[in-house]
Design a protein around this ligand. Structure first.
Ligand code: F6R
Length: 666
């Protein structure tokens, strides 16, 4: 995927614009490449820099209005997206004297029912992340109340609207975007005119919140939210989106038609709205995904490959049959002019794609490796697969792991976290009964074991849904996943002695949220790498939401690498790094450096390995590829990748697993 290498600001926001004055909707775009974008987008390399920028915009507004003796009315959001903005606002208050004494806030939403003290309450969230660390007056804080009687909700919502109006309206509203396209909790079907009200949450939204509530069944079905109409009345709107999971919905909201099925698309008609994105969330915008359609573009090898594959798929023609006319009639005439004729480009791209395919993921010994993705030597190799949470390994590369083992390489697998947060209470209870049964079989000698299991049983039986687990229950949930991980990876042929569970402390918080990384997370990784000294390391992708376990695992690995590079660990010179896909997004063919074919039998065995992760039921929203359990989705993704190669006119395989070369030291 092409990443913008510097912040790109479509219509940068300047100080004077922060004076809450209306602007005309986006009639003029600041560059040709943004011509399809109907909302101003500001793209930053990462969530951190984007968040700091937004916090500084908010601070300027508060200061300017404060200096003029005026109050600032902020509309605030919760969720993972604004966390770093709030962190920076707290820092500005602490270190630079930013005062919130003249700030009034209105939050977008709250689950219903919800007690403010509950872990998942947005009241609690706002206090933990912002209000407890700044000098805002308690009476200036407004958050929808999740404790109301159902009969009182309507009047309460009317009052909420009245309070906003009495405060003078919202000067600046912060928003996130859900994968359903919601703003606030305005799910698909909400109208442009909707006001503050009780709503029913979409299934996908509840699934996304499942980790916070320790299971989808604990997520409330309802919420109270400001309406689209309420939000649209704010004088300025800033929507934050980070990570590749948001890329598709951001593209629809920014470039697609205005529709009730993506409520964020209503923002297109707001006079002063910006989407602040990291490069992963912006990656589906046409100017990044298919820049040749909107502007002159630099035809790097990858970009050429992307355009050719896109042309081949959109025209339903194998690459070698594309003609000069196909290129010029579909926005890629420029490419033919620069590098043509079509035939030359076709052959080159076809060969490049062909060379990514290899049934020898550890390199083929005694073979010419000049056109193979991996080196022939050294042989055999020591390969290390780093896995954020159990199941990621077999889902992402179960077929490849098996091949590596069968081809004589020494394969190690290390799980960075236990993944225990994703085990349901009934599942844990089942295992507690099992342990108690074993305790009974063993008699009194195992009093300690029985005591532990009885405690876990009491903890589980007395637990309200969505509440933090006791230490005993956490241990059991972690062990359940470790057992599944062993069973699965054993089926791929990995030796028990080569399996490690690092249990990095950033994950083991007892809450759904992870702690920030510390040296205690990095040191065990460094120690493992130093002990194994691998020649191949497989790492998960880095484009997930900040704060997510996958993303933090990637950051921990990156930090460990940097530290090893500083120590000049000599084995690193002979080590290649490969990224395997951890999310469910199917990679485009230009993103792939190694494609490992998976035969029908291998795909069956891979599914069997994934199936060992039985505590992980995975319903997918209808319509998503491979709806169903993990193994079904993994099969569907591998088959779809094979089909893409096939449609380009390359060999037809049952399935394909894919990898991207990562050069952490360049
Ligand atoms: C939260 C809210 C929601 C979230 C959205 C994105 O107050 O209104 O619209 O902004 O669901 O959530 P995250 O940021 O967790 O991805």
């Amino acid at each position: 995927m092409k990443q913008p290498d510097r912040p790109q600001k479509g219509g940068a926001v300047n100080d004077s614009e922060l004076q809450a004055k209306p602007r005309t909707p986006r009639a003029v775009v600041s560059s040709e490449s943004e011509q399809l974008e109907r909302i101003r987008t500001c793209v930053f390399p990462d969530a951190g820099s984007g968040s700091v920028d937004v916090a500084h915009q908010m601070a300027r507004l508060i200061r300017e209005r404060g200096d003029a003796g005026r109050t600032t009315v902020l509309g605030l959001a919760t969720g993972s997206s604004p966390i770093r903005v709030y962190e920076e606002l707290c820092r500005l208050h602490r270190e630079e004297g930013l005062s919130f004494a003249r700030v009034v806030t209105f939050n977008l939403d709250e689950y219903y029912p919800m007690d403010p003290d509950e872990l998942q309450s947005y009241v609690r969230f706002m206090h933990e992340h912002l209000f407890d660390h700044i000098d805002i007056r308690p009476e200036n804080i407004h958050i929808p109340d999740g404790r109301l009687d159902r009969a009182d909700v309507y009047d309460y919502c009317q009052d909420y609207e009245r309070l906003i109006a009495e405060a003078g309206g919202i000067d600046l509203q912060l928003l996130g975007i859900g994968r359903t396209g919601h703003i606030g909790f305005n799910e698909p079907g909400s109208t442009r005119e909707s006001r503050t009200r009780m709503v029913t949450l979409d299934r996908l939204t509840r699934m996304d919140a499942a980790a916070d509530f320790f299971g989808e069944s604990n997520v409330p079905r309802r919420a109270i939210t400001m309406g689209v109409g309420t939000i649209m009345e704010a004088r300025e709107l800033i929507l934050l989106a980070w990570g590749e999971a948001k890329a598709a919905v951001v593209q629809k909201a920014v470039e697609g038609p205005v529709t009730e099925s993506i409520t964020a698309s209503f923002l297109q008609s707001h006079p002063d709205v910006s989407f602040v994105l990291d490069s992963a969330a912006a990656s589906e915008l046409t100017r990044f995904r298919r820049p040749w359609l909107v502007t002159q573009c630099e035809w790097s090898n990858r970009m050429t490959r992307r355009a050719v594959v896109w042309l081949s798929h959109s025209l339903g023609k194998p690459i070698l049959k594309l003609t000069d006319a196909d290129y010029s009639e579909h926005g890629a005439g420029d490419l033919v002019t620069e590098q043509g004729p079509a035939y030359t480009i076709n052959i080159r791209v076809f060969n490049e794609l062909q060379h990514t395919i290899s049934g020898w993921p550890g390199g083929k010994p005694h073979a010419d490796d000049s056109n193979r993705p991996e080196r022939a030597l050294p042989f055999p190799k020591k390969a290390l697969v780093l896995v954020p949470e159990p199941a990621g390994d077999v889902i992402g590369m179960g077929g490849t792991i098996r091949r590596l083992v069968e081809q004589g390489h020494e394969v190690h697998v290390a799980y960075l976290t236990s993944g225990g947060k994703l085990v349901s209470d009934p599942e844990a209870r089942r295992f507690v009964d099992f342990i108690l049964g074993i305790g009974g079989l063993m008699g009194d000698a195992n009093e300690a074991l029985r005591g532990f299991a009885s405690q876990a049983r009491r903890d589980l039986d007395g637990k309200r849904p969505g509440v933090v687990d006791s230490t005993a229950v956490r241990r059991i949930k972690g062990l359940i996943r470790q057992g599944e991980a062993r069973a699965a990876i054993r089926l791929c042929g990995v030796d028990d002695a080569n399996i490690d569970f690092l249990e990095l402390p950033f994950y083991d918080t007892g809450r759904s949220r992870n702690n920030p990384l510390s040296a205690e997370d990095i040191d065990p990784l460094i120690a493992l790498l130093e002990t194994i000294q691998p020649q191949q390391v497989f790492v998960p992708g880095d484009l997930q939401n900040p704060g997510s376990t996958r993303r933090m695992s990637f950051e921990a690995i990156e930090n460990a690498m940097k530290s090893l590079a500083c120590r000049k660990a000599s084995w690193l010179n002979d080590c290649w790094f490969w990224v395997y896909p951890e999310g469910w997004r199917e990679w485009d063919l230009d993103e792939i450096d190694m494609a490992v074919p998976v035969s029908p039998d291998e795909l069956d065995r891979k599914s069997e390995a994934i199936y060992q992760h039985q505590s992980q039921k995975s319903p997918t929203p209808s319509g998503a590829r491979g709806s169903g359990e993990f193994w079904q989705r993994a099969e569907a993704v591998n088959r779809a990748l094979a089909e893409r190669y096939d449609r380009c006119g390359l060999a037809e395989y049952e399935g394909i697993e894919v990898f991207r070369r990562w050069k952490p030291f360049e």
